[in-house]
Design a protein around this ligand. Structure first.
Ligand SMILES: Cc1cc2nc3c(=O)[nH]c(=O)nc-3n(C[C@H](O)[C@H](O)[C@H](O)COP(=O)(O)O)c2cc1C
Length: 138
């Protein structure tokens, strides 16, 4: 997806499923996300443990930020905590426009320590390590 002259940006956050929602929201999110991400030239990987989300968004700075603004206002989740929001090292990218996977709650617990979360590079390496063991689909 790299376009000459366009700096890629990535954002990693964790959030909680809204109290009034069920885990079937993931199916609805996936449907529109797949289409929009392809349209906007953005890629994202969403992890869900039944209660909490972790997502990495990669794309040209403007599109990634615009998407994050929409996600921040989405009432299907709450308590969004951004762990990383910065220009990205070229070549370090995910596969499809949108991927979703399920993982154990203990793993997202480590990423999401509300008082003292891992930030930046350490949060990213943790997220990548969790992805290796997740059941991903696109
Ligand atoms: C946890 C979570 C992750 C999401 N991830 C994406 C995403 O990667 N791409 C996307 O377009 N929308 C994503 N959404 C949905 C957006 O917040 C928003 O609802 C969507 O962009 C609106 O699209 P629509 O107007 O086509 O329904 C996500 C929502 C939640 C709650």
């Amino acid at each position: 997806m790299s376009i000459p002259g366009v700096t890629l940006h990535h954002i990693l956050y964790v959030s909680l499923l809204a109290a009034d929602r069920q885990f079937d929201v993931v199916g609805a999110i996936s449907q529109s996300a797949r289409r929009r991400n392809a349209e906007w030239g953005v890629r994202s990987v969403l992890l869900f443990d039944g209660h909490r989300f972790a997502q990495r968004i990669i794309g040209p700075s403007e599109s990634a930020t615009r998407l994050m603004q929409r996600i921040l206002g989405d009432l299907r989740h709450t308590g969004v905590l951004i762990l990383c929001d910065e220009p990205m090292v070229a070549g370090d990218a995910e596969r499809g426009a949108f991927m979703v996977g399920y993982c154990d709650a203990e793993l997202l617990d480590i990423l999401d320590r509300r008082c003292d979360p891992p930030m930046g590079a350490s949060a990213l390496s943790l997220f990548q390590a969790i992805l290796l063991g997740a059941d991903l689909s696109d």
